[in-house]
Ligand binder design. Structure first.
Ligand SMILES: NC(=O)c1ccc[n+]([C@@H]2O[C@H](COP(=O)([O-])OP(=O)(O)OC[C@H]3O[C@@H](n4cnc5c(N)ncnc54)[C@H](OP(=O)(O)O)[C@@H]3O)[C@@H](O)[C@H]2O)c1
Length: 260
């Protein structure tokens, strides 16, 4: 089976680090033109250079806070000006935010929904008409496994993620007649910048390697995943090889989710 993206153009939010960077690298090495969106210009420039080292197509980086509607509009226009089209949208930018319900203020709810739900709605809505016109498109929403099994203390993140799963299903239904396939990837524990931050916060005197190994032990596969393993699944979904897969949410979690 060939998993290639030649002739396609992908936009990946949160593409300067972690899963987004791994997906951008994999997509670009598989033949796609790629645009990465994130806030920090220095990290974007570094990521762009790293992706370009193995890319066969063009690589663009656009600074953008995806939680802001105006920024998303500006970034979309910049990508269109530089790459001319968008076939694949990966809504990936985000952070984990979990608090006891009583501590989640309206402002926190709004910030989380802006970053995780409205960012996906806005960028997808902008790219949708051209995908529809060409009869081919892919939307991949990166969520977490709490979207299917929210637990106590996991607001606001799992609520925003569950809404992302509902958005995935609605878009899959509306996109299907136009060749636009829409799926979600539900992340478990994967080694990225986020995990390095957790190590800083609660790693104690353990080394990063020891922290990663211990955190991964309860996962059925016995370890945390790698960003490259995640990117492989995303690349498959973005390709023609996944032509009969839409409206689904795939756990990429080493078996951690209590539900299928
Ligand atoms: N790694 C895990 O185990 C795990 C688990 C569950 C869910 N996830 C989800 O998977 C996605 C990727 O996570 P990751 O681990 O790869 O995170 P990461 O390594 O921290 O990278 C996050 C990326 O998103 C960008 N970003 C954050 N806020 C943004 C904003 N407002 N506008 C634009 N870009 C923004 C960051 O760049 P800037 O900071 O420069 O903007 C960075 O490029 C996230 O949605 C995360 O919540 C990850």
């Amino acid at each position: 089976m060939k998993v290639r993206l030649d002739g396609r153009t992908a936009v990946i939010t949160g593409g300067s680090k972690g899963l987004g960077l791994a997906m951008a690298t994999r997509f670009a090495a598989s033949g796609a033109d790629v645009a990465i969106l994130a806030r920090r210009p220095d990290a974007l420039a570094e990521a762009r250079a790293a992706i370009a080292a193995t890319a066969s197509g063009r690589v663009e980086a656009v600074s953008c806070d995806v939680s802001k509607a105006d920024d998303v509009g500006r970034a979309f226009a910049a990508v269109m000006a530089r790459l001319g089209r968008i076939d694949i949208v990966v809504n990936n930018a985000g952070t984990a935010r979990t608090l006891p319900f009583e501590e989640v203020t309206d402002a926190i709810w709004q910030e989380d929904l802006d970053l995780k739900l409205f960012a996906a709605i806005r960028l997808t809505r902008l790219a949708w008409p051209q995908m529809k016109a060409r009869g081919w498109g892919r939307v991949i929403n990166v969520l977490n496994i709490g979207a299917k099994s929210p637990r106590a203390g996991s607001a606001p993140t799992t609520i925003s993620r569950a809404a992302g799963m509902a958005l995935t299903k609605v878009l899959a239904g509306e996109g299907a007649p136009h060749g636009i396939l829409v799926n979600a990837l539900l992340v478990g524990l994967i080694v990225t910048e986020q995990v390095r931050k957790w190590h800083g916060l609660r790693g104690g005197d353990r080394s990063l390697e020891a922290f990663i190994a211990e955190t991964g032990k309860p996962v059925p596969l016995g370890r945390m995943g790698t960003a490259e393993e995640f990117a492989n699944v995303a690349c498959f979904l973005a390709s023609d090889a996944a032509g009969y897969v839409t409206g689904t949410a795939i756990n990429v979690d080493g078996g951690s989710s209590p539900v299928v």
